[in-house]
Design a protein around this ligand. Structure first.
Ligand code: SF4
Length: 233
């Protein structure tokens, strides 16, 4: 019995030491990233929460640059839920066909606009639950809207955030929702969106999918990624 208690206590101490070490490592990473990418922010262009929501829906399987090219013209013609709700799917498809999955996105945007008019007076809701109930709005899109438009304490995980988190051994999860949950456990609320933007900036500029530039990486000393600098297939 006493032996069992001793084992349990030792497991608890080791677990708490691991947590402290991880917390310390994440704090160091965020400090370095803050110095390296002080102005990192969203790359999507928008003027209102509604425009951001549309841009975030369009950004699934499409680069932010391409979304900005499309929305530059689109938002000059239509930029309110009432205007989008009145469009036919075919008309909107014409406007957004430069991005992937445009047929589905067209339907989602029109339906989401109608839902906003019907339930929220044409305004974008500010809770995850309400956002995720809108057509075309999943966990990540809701997180981007909450974090960027409403200063929510979230850390949306896209492909860049997940890749950098994997390489730095901050999470092993593949599911972005799990990665976010694991990260926010160690990051104070006010630092979560800055961390999101900076991890994306680092993933885009240095820790790319195919050829991470480990030789010039500001996080080299904290990273054990085994194939540093080798081209990935
Ligand atoms: S050292 Fe290489 S793998 Fe690690 S974070 Fe930097 S670029 Fe990415």
């Amino acid at each position: 019995m006493r032996e069992n208690n001793r084992k349990k206590l030792s497991q608890r101490v080791s677990c708490s030491n691991e947590r402290l070490a991880k917390k310390d490592k994440i704090a160091k990473i965020l400090k370095i990233l803050a110095e390296s990418y002080p102005g990192a922010g969203t790359a999507l262009n928008f003027n209102t929460p509604f425009e951001l929501m549309i841009a975030a829906i369009l950004s699934a399987q499409c680069t932010d640059k391409q979304v900005n090219r499309i929305t530059a013209g689109l938002f000059k013609k239509y930029n309110t839920p009432r205007e989008f709700a009145a469009l036919s799917p075919e008309k909107l498809e014409e406007e957004i066909k430069g991005c992937g999955l445009y047929r589905n996105k067209s339907k989602y945007i029109i339906e989401a606009s109608r839902e906003l008019l019907k339930h929220y007076g044409g305004l974008v809701p500010q809770t995850r639950e309400e956002l995720e109930a809108l057509p075309g709005v999943g966990w990540k899109t809701a997180g981007v809207v909450l974090g960027v438009a409403f200063e929510g304490s979230v850390l949306p995980v896209d492909t860049h955030v997940r890749r950098v988190a994997h390489r730095l051994e901050l999470s092993e999860a593949n599911d972005p929702v799990k990665v976010e949950k694991e990260l926010v456990d160690y990051i104070p609320p006010q630092q979560r969106m800055p961390a999101h933007h900076r991890l994306i900036a680092h993933g885009r500029e240095i820790c790319s999918a195919r050829k991470p530039a480990c030789g010039i990486c500001c996080l080299q000393e904290l990273c054990k990624y085994p194939s540093k600098g080798e081209e990935r297939s």
